[in-house]
Design a binder for this molecule. Structure first.
Ligand code: G3P
Length: 217
């Protein structure tokens, strides 16, 4: 399973990379707005740090402008994945860009039908938003299970990139289902380390080792 960081925070990206837990980065207009930084230079900086795919989203909603924005973003670095919304115009852009060899991440996916269309449009990644579905008492994980099954039925190469991840169970359940990628706030990935019995057990080992009066070095 690949871990992507759903952030534009350079320090958090470098931290995750240092732990060997960074396979890519996803951003969206809200994440960019929150950063307070200029979009293009920020994406260029991230692409220099990250060797895996870096998703940069178009801002327009019409085909003509989206295609121009997508081509500009694709030209920033070889590891850019152009992010487009799951709309008719967005999927037209997906087809055009993917036909030209550009990675495309189709975002704002909430149904298996939408995911089927994205795969047929040649998407590199499909981003179903599990947290936002859970917020409406609709099971995000059932959607992931459905999409993975449909894609397996037809051998679609589009990678299921689980997005809107809110907690470590989203990661674990996505892995159980066999999703290709999860994109998360780095803090959620780091929560996977935590268990009170690990902390308690280590404290006991340290305490008992001290009693031996020995040193390994
Ligand atoms: O970046 C796409 C997705 O991960 C957004 O998540 O938490 O805004 O629903 P969220």
């Amino acid at each position: 399973m690949k871990f992507f960081a759903d952030t534009s925070n350079i320090d958090d990206i470098k931290d995750l990379d240092g732990l060997g837990l960074l396979d890519g980065v996803t951003t969206n207009p809200s994440i960019i707005a929150k950063s307070g930084r200029e979009f293009i230079p920020l994406i260029e900086e991230i692409c220099k740090i990250v060797t895996g795919p870096v998703s940069a989203e178009v801002a327009a909603t019409d085909y003509e402008t989206m295609i121009k924005e997508g081509e500009k973003l694709a030209g920033l670095a070889d590891n850019i994945a152009v992010k487009v919304p799951l709309t008719e115009a967005g999927l037209r852009v997906c087809k055009a860009l993917s036909d030209n060899g550009t990675m495309v991440n189709v975002t704002l996916c909430f149904t298996s039908g939408q995911a089927l269309l994205a795969a047929k449009a040649g998407a590199t990644f499909i981003s179903p938003f599990v947290g936002r579905l859970d917020d409406l008492c609709q099971s995000g994980m059932e959607l992931i299970e459905d999409i993975v099954g449909i894609y397996d039925n037809y051998g679609f190469e589009t990678e299921v990139l689980v997005a809107s991840v809110r907690n470590p169970m989203h990661i674990i359940d996505s892995a159980r289902i066999g999703a290709d990628v999860v994109t998360c706030p780095p803090s959620v990935i780091k929560q996977l380390y935590n268990h009170p019995l690990t902390d308690k057990g280590l404290a006991a080992f340290v305490e008992d080792w001290k009693k031996t009066g020995q040193s390994i070095l």
